[in-house]
Design a protein around this ligand. Structure first.
Ligand code: SF4
Ligand code: SF4
Length: 156
């Protein structure tokens, strides 16, 4: 490399933007289709276990008794097959990656307890007067006439 080329490259590098990202001051913007990690919306999940059966690495465990859904982060290969197979569409592939660690991490998601639906109160209907048609149609019977008093005649 001639001295002229070297000087030119040096000045270019001095006054141009750095080629690398200033991490962590400058957070990384992930591309739209980045396969980072799996998240589950437990409000929607019905713990059917279909994702667990479809997972090729056995990373997902579903415990219906304990109402938990767990995923071994280090076993997951981010294939996205569970997301496609979920009937409730509560699984999603997030763009950020799992935090590095010295031990294998398992993320456990707990199904929130649902309160029993309140039973709507049924107000008792006020008693309705039921008049039989026959009674309403018939005229009231006239009061019986008083019998005329018989005068006693003296036999004398
Ligand atoms: S397939 Fe979907 S609804 Fe079924 S257990 Fe998995 S995440 Fe929940
Ligand atoms: S992305 Fe693939 S490997 Fe990871 S949990 Fe889902 S099905 Fe299993």
């Amino acid at each position: 490399m001639s001295l002229l080329t070297f000087t030119k490259t040096e000045f270019h590098n001095l006054f141009s933007k750095p080629a690398t990202r200033l991490y962590p001051q400058e957070p990384r913007v992930y591309p739209e289709r980045t396969r980072g990690h799996i998240e589950n919306d437990m409000d929607v999940c019905i713990l059917c276990g279909l994702c667990s059966r479809k997972c090729p690495t056995g990373a997902i465990k579903v415990d219906r008794t304990g109402k938990t859904w767990s995923i071994s982060r280090f076993s997951c290969i981010q294939c996205g097959y569970c997301v496609e197979s979920c009937p409730k569409k509560c699984l999603s592939m997030k763009q950020t990656y799992t935090q590095p660690g010295s031990e294998k991490q398992t993320a456990v998601f707990q199904k929130p307890e649902t309160e029993p639906k309140p039973v709507p109160k049924v107000e008792p209907k006020p008693p309705q007067k039921v008049e039989s048609k026959q009674a309403s149609d018939s005229k009231p019977e006239p009061a019986p006439k008083p019998e005329p008093k018989q005068e006693r005649k003296n036999a004398t």
